[in-house]
Design a protein. Structure first.
Length: 373
């Protein structure tokens, strides 16, 4: 039975509903972090510690939450982060999420570990945007990829994404090896029968159905020998912007731009790689000070409220990404559940703008942050 989505008032409330509707294996896969899950929790806690200094007596009767990123229009400065195997949450999987993203006017980043083909997902987003009377409706798709040990496959996937109509590529660089997610080991995680990691299928190549874990089954999709020069493979393969995801250091952010990146994504993989890595809210300021003039900065990890978006923008980000709340919405109500989550975040962000004395995104500046003595 589908819950009354309107009775769910914040993104956290979707998690309990999702847990009741998902298998233990799927729920634990989505929600888990690496090892003791310290970074997973720290990501959320770090945003809560940031205090704002609202401006008084500013006319906020007319507000504009819209923003632009690398030629993509956003109804508000948020992207849907890449999250794997969404058909475990809903039969339509990534297609349902893409339709909801197009409806809300936010870009979706499609995981290379998706359970629907990138062509189907892009097509669904475009069709929904074209058929929608909502003025914010807009289909902007970004493809997330890893630079795998099979460089030819990586190049072909990047070119396939461009041919399908993706507006940019997001290259994940924080995964020389897979992090240890103990919940998956306890559950003998595997790709459920009837599903496949469709964009990574190769002849005679396992795709995670053995119960041996994703790290073993998909070890070829990453490469521990990867270095900065390998980004050239992607940059020279396509003529759409490249975003580099998995940056926590200011010097690495600079190197990413040196290698031709158009944007960087401050991310610790949602706490799923190195447990003990800095929460992204703590890593963001130094990166913004170092490279804010070189291109957009996107941040993810632990963002659960619209006010977190204000915090991130005030600290130097151009936009944020959210992942798990989207999965909880998808599990709770399919496309409608994702639409509800996005509506909540957009509404909270709009109100947080007003209450901060900001009539638009450009008014969110560093002086809103309360600096502790």
């Amino acid at each position: 039975m589908t819950p009354d989505l309107n009775s769910l008032l914040n993104t956290e409330s979707f998690q309990a509903v999702a847990q009741s509707r998902l298998s233990k294996m799927a729920f634990d896969y989505y929600r888990s972090g690496a090892w003791g899950e310290w970074t997973l929790q720290a990501n959320m806690d770090a945003w809560k510690k940031i205090r704002l200094l609202p401006r008084a007596l500013v006319d906020v009767s007319q507000r504009n939450s819209a923003s632009d990123l690398l030629g993509m229009h956003m109804a508000f400065p948020l992207l849907i982060a890449p999250t794997a195997m969404q058909c475990m949450a809903d039969p339509e999987g990534e297609v349902a999420t893409a339709r909801a993203a197009a409806q809300a006017g936010v870009p979706m980043v499609l995981s290379s570990l998706s359970t629907r083909s990138l062509e189907d997902v892009v097509s669904a987003a475009n069709a929904n945007a074209n058929a929608n009377a909502n003025a914010n409706a807009n289909a902007s798709m970004v493809m997330q990829i890893y630079i795998s040990s099979d460089r030819g496959f990586t190049k072909a996937l990047a070119q396939r994404a461009q041919a399908a109509g993706c507006k940019a590529l997001m290259v994940t660089v924080d995964t020389p090896v897979w992090g240890v997610r103990e919940r998956d080991i306890h559950n003998s995680f595997c790709v459920p029968h009837g599903m496949s990691i469709v964009n990574l299928q190769r002849p005679s190549q396992p795709t995670g159905h053995s119960g041996s874990g994703m790290g073993q089954a998909l070890g070829w999709t990453i490469d521990a020998s990867l270095t900065w020069k390998d980004l050239d493979l992607i940059r020279q393969s396509v003529n759409i912007p490249i975003m580099v995801k998995g940056i926590l250091r200011a010097d690495d952010a600079g190197r990413a731009f040196d290698q031709g990146a158009s944007a960087v994504v401050v991310s610790n993989h949602g706490g799923r790689q190195l447990d003990g890595a800095a929460p992204t809210a703590e890593a963001l300021p130094a990166i913004a000070r170092a490279v804010a003039d070189r291109g957009p900065i996107i941040v993810d990890g632990g963002i659960r409220r619209g006010v977190d978006i204000v915090r991130a923008l005030a600290m130097g980000a151009s936009a944020v990404q959210v992942g798990r709340p989207i999965l909880w919405g998808l599990a709770a109500g399919g496309q409608a559940g994702v639409e509800r989550v996005l509506h909540i975040l957009a509404h909270e962000f709009d109100l947080a703008l007003a209450l901060s004395g900001c009539p638009n995104v450009k008014a969110v500046t560093a002086d809103l942050i309360c600096r502790q003595a």
